[in-house]
Design a protein around this ligand. Structure first.
Ligand SMILES: [Zn+2]
Length: 321
């Protein structure tokens, strides 16, 4: 059995080919060609799949695709995605078009959902029964494993933890989705940068303030590096980030009585600085039982989206044989 995992992003399409043992056989990375629209993207992915099919002729090949945004996982349709700048991307029948191109009907799911499956297989080795995986980056995504199976909800949109409201006022920061007060508006990289600009007003002589003044278009790594040097302003930014993440994660633990939460994505690299505040929020909950044994872990695998898609393709194909 060969599994092909595709991770469609705004900048790159990442492709992973795995065998039934979970070994990575090939990887590729294509630039997302926005000018050619959805049809160009189908051709890019379809040509890759056809090449792999030919190379492993005689072996069954299964495909799964992780796409950012609102995915109809039953019908393989990307309903809506603000990050892909294709003109013709609304209600895009991705699975059917790829089937026409390759003869293989792929599974299609939200990218954070398939990343969650990747974490469940590679980091947790399917240990844990009820698991939340939080992807921390520009956006905040979430995927759920419930009773050891991927849980995608009634419409395929389960796990959208980034758009959970954690502040309900007119003054709350606006999220990329258009609403105010979403977790992502506080703890996604855009939200973190916004808070950096506030915090440096209180600490105008700090290392962080100097770095931000030097690099107007600063990257989130600057906040990490300043924290490493003990900068109080940067440490405050991470402490607040941990508190916001803690509020969001506590709400999911209260709802689903999870045993494991795994953080992944670029921002999780700063966990040493935000984890104490996050844990504090969990410890301060009034209802204690669901928080007593829950494990909060960090995944170090940077390619978990594409690898997770390939592993899910194999898992799904074997289960439905
Ligand atoms: Zn939002």
């Amino acid at each position: 059995m060969i599994g092909i995992g595709v991770d469609i992003g705004g900048t790159f399409i990442k492709l992973f080919v795995l065998n039934g043992q979970g070994d990575i056989l090939h990887t590729d990375q294509l630039e997302t060609d926005h000018a050619k629209g959805a049809a160009g993207c189908i051709a890019q992915i379809g040509d890759f799949i056809n090449r792999i099919k030919k190379q492993y002729a005689g072996q069954p090949v299964a495909v799964a695709i992780g796409a950012p945004g609102d995915v109809d996982n039953q019908n393989g349709i990307l309903r809506y995605n603000p990050n892909l700048k294709f003109q013709d991307v609304t209600d895009w029948p991705l699975a059917q078009q790829l089937y026409n191109y390759t003869g293989i009907l792929p599974r299609v799911a939200n990218d954070a959902t398939l990343a969650a499956w990747g974490v469940y297989e590679t980091d947790l080795h399917r240990q844990g029964t009820n698991v939340l995986v939080v992807t921390l980056g520009t956006g905040i995504g979430g995927g759920l494993i419930i009773n050891k199976e991927l849980y995608q909800g009634s419409n395929g949109t389960a796990g959208e933890i980034g758009h959970m409201k954690i502040e309900n006022t007119d003054a709350a920061p606006r999220c990329g989705c258009g609403a105010r007060g979403c977790l992502e508006a506080f703890a996604g990289t855009i939200g973190i940068k916004r808070r950096v600009l506030d915090v440096i007003k209180q600490y105008p002589d700090s290392e962080l303030a100097q770095q931000v003044q030097t690099h107007k278009d600063f990257k989130i790594e600057v906040v990490f590096q300043a924290a490493q040097k003990g900068c109080k302003a940067a440490l405050k930014v991470w402490e607040d980030t941990g508190r916001y993440l803690g509020i969001g994660i506590a709400n999911v633990i209260l709802t689903l009585d999870l045993d494991t939460v795994v953080l992944t994505g670029g921002v999780s690299g700063a966990s040493a600085y935000f984890m104490p505040a996050l844990q504090q929020v969990l410890q301060n909950q009034q209802i204690k039982t669901p928080f007593k044994k829950v494990k909060i872990l960090v995944s170090k695998n940077p390619n978990i989206g594409g690898v997770g898609a390939a592993l899910y393709a194999i898992y799904h194909a074997q289960r439905n044989r």
